[in-house]
Structure formats: structure tokens, C-alpha cells
Design a binder for this molecule. Structure first.
Ligand code: GAF
Length: 375
């Protein structure tokens, strides 16, 4: 009998965490603003077990097996990009003074990468939840979110805004998640388009991300610069009624466009929540379409493939459509009358063929639960 018996830990911890769609509220998270994402059925499962020595990471999607020697965790050895999302959590825990025992981590995801559906948050959150469970860290909701965000921001080095991890951890079936990214509180908002005769259609344009990382960072830097010039903590602090005054105080046209997008997008999220709470889902359509126009014309983060998909969905009868996610490629969503879903998919495929784009993938989605253990 050891002198300080440790509580029994599971031999194997297996956790699933989902990818996400953002209904509305794009590039508002790092401006301390509002977002309204939902968790998807697709996601990543991490199976974590004790090992004899060192740390081994495998992925069902690559045939890679990455091994870190028993002495190597603190040195952050060079590993393939995908493995950084896994080992990053171990590096940060080590930095935090946790004595991470030898482990084997197997990850298996069905979230397409580069589609703007947050394959990275699904991966990171499933790893962090499995570690929390296996090591008995007891991080709690705030700690899980904080570690998952630090993996992406500090270990991987992507200055993203936290929405993806928040919804991957806290999503609820049947609900979108209204999140205030300043205080990181979240509230489920019922989202059942079928009850209004509508279906949430997703078009994965499969457009290659063009300079996505650099452009994302440039938008974030621009927003922070605009907030500094306006003397506010973040653009969240500029309300819709302050917008004209704020714009008149900026002489840089690019920054003015960024401010206009963020301030109007925050207002659209608040309107969307009101509309959903009132059960008038078709009223969401114009907000989605206005959000797309704002991303295209002011924030300038769309590409021809996503504009084509958004327009084709509208022409096929969608009540609204918009790009979802960070931009420069990825997915477009549309709220489509349920009896027109097949026709809408055909219309998008025809529009893509006509424009000489590659074939998109079209599917439907509904809100699912966030991270959970898998037996
Ligand atoms: C990406 C980022 F990871 C999120 O934090 C968010 O900024 C989003 O782009 C844009 O809304 O998914």
C-alpha cells in the first residue's frame, strides 16, 4: 500500500470533442464581442492510456506515430504540425508544474481540415478533456477552456479568439451557444430550424485557404489598432449607436471597414439571439445574408468560391446564407426550406461547375452536444 494513495484513475480515457459551425458573429471573438456557434456531430476522439515510458501520439488520419523520449517533454522537440496540437497540451501542463506521466494518445477525427469547421479545436479539446480525466486534473469548465485556448495560442502559435474551443467544450444538442467573449459566459439558445420548415445546409467549398493565417493575423492586428486609436479596450466597446462617430474619428479607410464589420456583426448576433428566442427562425435569414455582405465588402475575407456558394443558395430559395469561420475559403451555410434542400445542393454544384471551381461537398447539420466521454 503506497503511503499517499492516489485516487483510482481510469486505465483508458476516451473523449470526443466536436467541430463547429458558427451561425453568426465572425471575427468578433477576439474583439471581446458576441458569437453564436453550434457544435457539430463530426469531431475528434482521443484515446489516452498509460505507457511504460515516453509519450507516443498517433493519428488515424496520417500513418504517423510521433514519439517523445522520456527526457524530452520539456524541450518541445520538433514534431509534425498536427502533433503540436496534441503535445502542446503536455508541454503547457509541464510548464505549469504538472508531472505528466508516460502516455499514449491516439487521435481519430472526421472533421475535414481546412474547411473552417474547427478540426483543430475538436482535436485540442478532446486531448485536453482526456488528459483532465486521466490525470485527475479537475480543471473545471474555465480551466478546460483556458488550457485548450493556450494550446492553440501559445503552443501552436495561432492567435485565434477562443470561440471554437468554447463551443467544442460547451455545445448543447438542439441549441446554438450565445457566447460573450469578454467574460466567456455562454448560454444555450434553442435552434430547431426543422420546426420552422427550414434546414441548415452546409457547403464545403473545398477552396484552398489562401494566405489564411497571415490575413487572419492582419485583421486581428487591424482591429486592435482601431481600438487603440478610438481609446477603447476592444471594438466590443463601440456600440451600433456610436458607430458613425467612431468612423468619423478614423482616417484610415481599411480600419474604418474593419470597425464597421465588427460593430455591425456584434449587433447582428444580438438580433439573431432575440429572433431565435422568439422562435422566428426565418427572420434569421436577412441577418445571415447581411453578415456575408459585411465579410465580403468590409472585412474582405471571402473568396470567389464562397461568394458563389452563398449566392447560389439564395437563388435556390435559402432565406439567408453566409460564410462561416475564419474565411479565405472553407464553408458556407444556408437556411433552406426543407423541401428545397436537394435542389439547393444541385444549384450550388451547377454554379461551381459553371465557374470552373472544383466540386463542393454539401451536407446538412444540426446542433449536437459538446465534449463528452466515450465508452
Ligand atoms: C477562426 C478562429 F479560430 C476563431 O477564434 C474566430 O476568430 C473565427 O475564425 C472567426 O470568427 O475559426
Amino acid at each position: 500500500m503506497p503511503r499517499n494513495p492516489q485516487p483510482e484513475r481510469p486505465v483508458v480515457s476516451r473523449w470526443f470533442a466536436p467541430g463547429r459551425i458558427n451561425l453568426i458573429g465572425e471575427h468578433t471573438d477576439y474583439n471581446d464581442g458576441f458569437v453564436l456557434p453550434l457544435a457539430l456531430a463530426m469531431g475528434c476522439t482521443t484515446t489516452l492510456s498509460s505507457a511504460a515510458d515516453g509519450w507516443t501520439v498517433t493519428s488515424a488520419q496520417t500513418s504517423d506515430e510521433v514519439r517523445v523520449d522520456p527526457s524530452g517533454l520539456a524541450d518541445r522537440p520538433e514534431v509534425p504540425d498536427w502533433a503540436t496540437y496534441v503535445l502542446g497540451a503536455l508541454w503547457l501542463l509541464t510548464d505549469d508544474g504538472v508531472d505528466v506521466p508516460p502516455l499514449r494518445l491516439e487521435v481519430d477525427s472526421d472533421v475535414p481540415t481546412g474547411a473552417g469547421l474547427s478540426s483543430s479545436a475538436a482535436l485540442v479539446c478532446s486531448v485536453v478533456c482526456a488528459l483532465d480525466d486521466h490525470l485527475g486534473l479537475d480543471l473545471g469548465p474555465a480551466g478546460l477552456l483556458s488550457l485548450s485556448r493556450r494550446v492553440e495560442n501559445d503552443a501552436v502559435g495561432a492567435a485565434t479568439g477562443g470561440m471554437d474551443q468554447l463551443v467544442s467544450l460547451r455545445g448543447e444538442a438542439g441549441n446554438a451557444l450565445f457566447c460573450d467573449m469578454r467574460d466567456l459566459t455562454s448560454e444555450p439558445v434553442p435552434f430547431d430550424p426543422e420546426a420552422s420548415g427550414l434546414t441548415l445546409v452546409v457547403v464545403d467549398t473545398r477552396a484552398p485557404h489562401r494566405h489564411a493565417d497571415g490575413e487572419y493575423a492582419a485583421r486581428r492586428d487591424g482591429c486592435e489598432e482601431a481600438a487603440r486609436r478610438l481609446g477603447v479596450t476592444a471594438l466590443r466597446d463601440v456600440t451600433a449607436s456610436d458607430l458613425d462617430d467612431a468612423l468619423s474619428r478614423l482616417d484610415d479607410e481599411e480600419l474604418r471597414r474593419y470597425v464597421r464589420h465588427v460593430v455591425t456583426e456584434d449587433a447582428r448576433v444580438l438580433s439573431a439571439v432575440e429572433i431565435m428566442r422568439a422562435g422566428r427562425l426565418d427572420g434569421l435569414g436577412p441577418l445571415l445574408t447581411a453578415s456575408h455582405a459585411s465579410m465580403r465588402d468590409d472585412f474582405r475575407i471571402t473568396v470567389p468560391e464562397v461568394d458563389t456558394a452563398a449566392e447560389a443558395l439564395l437563388a435556390a430559395g435559402a432565406v439567408g446564407s453566409r460564410m462561416t469561420g475564419g474565411g479565405f475559403g472553407g464553408c458556407v451555410i444556408g437556411l433552406v426550406p426543407s423541401d428545397a434542400v436537394d435542389a439547393a445542393g444541385d444549384a450550388v454544384r451547377r454554379a461551381f461547375a459553371g465557374a470552373g471551381f472544383g466540386e463542393p461537398t454539401v451536407f446538412t447539420a444540426a446542433p449536437e452536444a459538446g465534449a463528452r466521454p466515450v465508452s
